[in-house]
Write a protein that binds this ligand. Structure first.
Ligand code: R2B
Ligand code: URA
Length: 304
């Protein structure tokens, strides 16, 4: 394990970096974030961060940052403003509201994984203590009502195996796709009677594809029958899977590896037993997208 030297008497970050090569670098460039240890005072810019919230779409994460500012007004340090960090970020949209970072990760594991490498290093260089990471996203539900919100117990891959597999130097590496169970339980407890939606606990299946990989029959290609699809969805359901999305295994595995508390909260746009197409109009989907944000905002409010 590599921990940064405590050269100026300040406390170290609690984020674990497992890369011994980093100590040999003459400064580290976080290329996709447009930040660097030599060019930016990362402790000053990000040292106060406590919560890192990620989601696929840039607009959603901008909305979340603004939403959190109004929701948590009384809890945030006086003078806290909405900061658009776009000028720094090269590929991802990034917003900061006091101790909360809101960042878009794009679609799928490769995009998310690059962001996670750089954000985990950022937490470390900024000497952040005990950050909590959230993915607030969208998904397809399995046997649940459209509009329901799923708090993930853990993640599985398309073979229903509880790990994230990556090929490194031509060798398959398997990393456990674990999430913090206490955090998940606490999020579930934040449901309120007049929320108007169900908050559900379940395993999350992560696919590398939106179409065939998620057992959809409406992609450009499909070589299986509707019956085979239903059978696969039933197999997932029997294994405790309640939703399908495209980042969960990587998100769980890398936060777990870095010893970062993390949770995934996603709203289901449809029940996959009933179809493949996302049918609700945009305004309905936009309203639903706020639901995971509401739950995470309640958690942050409680812990600020
Ligand atoms: C859910 O929705 C996106 C695909 O439409 C993807 O990022 C995901 O995980
Ligand atoms: N996102 C997914 O990955 N799948 C869905 O079915 C809906 C949203």
């Amino acid at each position: 394990m590599f921990r940064r030297g405590d050269d100026n008497g300040e406390e170290e970050s609690t984020v674990v970096l497992l890369n011994p090569h980093l100590s040999e670098l003459n400064g580290d460039i976080l290329y996709h974030l447009g930040l660097g240890t030599k060019t930016h005072d990362l402790v000053k810019m990000f040292g106060d961060v406590k919560f890192v919230c990620m989601g696929g779409a840039p607009k959603r994460m901008e909305h979340f940052a603004k939403y959190i500012l109004t929701e948590l007004k009384d809890k945030l340090p006086p003078g806290t403003k909405f900061q658009d960090m776009q000028e720094h970020s090269y590929r991802y949209s990034m917003y900061k509201v006091g101790p909360i970072l809101s960042i878009s990760h794009g679609i799928g594991v490769p995009s998310l994984q690059i962001l996670l490498h750089e954000i985990i290093k950022l937490m470390y260089y900024a000497k952040v203590k005990n950050p909590v990471f959230f993915r607030i996203g969208t998904c397809g539900g399995i046997g649940i009502k459209a509009g329901s919100v799923v708090v993930s117990k853990g993640a599985v891959n398309e073979m229903i195996e509880p790990y994230y597999e990556q090929i490194v130097l031509g060798v398959k590496m398997q990393r456990s796709a674990k999430l913090d169970q206490d955090l998940a339980q606490e999020l579930l407890s934040l449901s309120e009677p007049d929320d108007g939606f169900d908050l559900i606990s379940g395993q999350t299946m992560c696919s590398y594809d939106f179409y065939e990989g998620q057992g959809r029959c409406d992609g450009a290609f499909c070589y299986f029958s509707e019956g085979a699809k239903q059978e696969y969805l039933k197999k997932l359901h029997d294994a405790g899977v309640r939703n399908i999305e495209m980042e969960a295994t990587c998100f769980s595995a890398l936060t777990n590896l870095a010893n970062i508390k993390a949770a995934i909260v996603c709203v289901a746009f449809l029940n996959r037993f009933e179809g493949d197409q996302v049918c609700p109009p945009k305004n309905v989907l936009s309203q639903w997208e706020v639901r995971p944000q509401q739950i995470v905002a309640r958690y942050i409010k409680r812990h600020l």
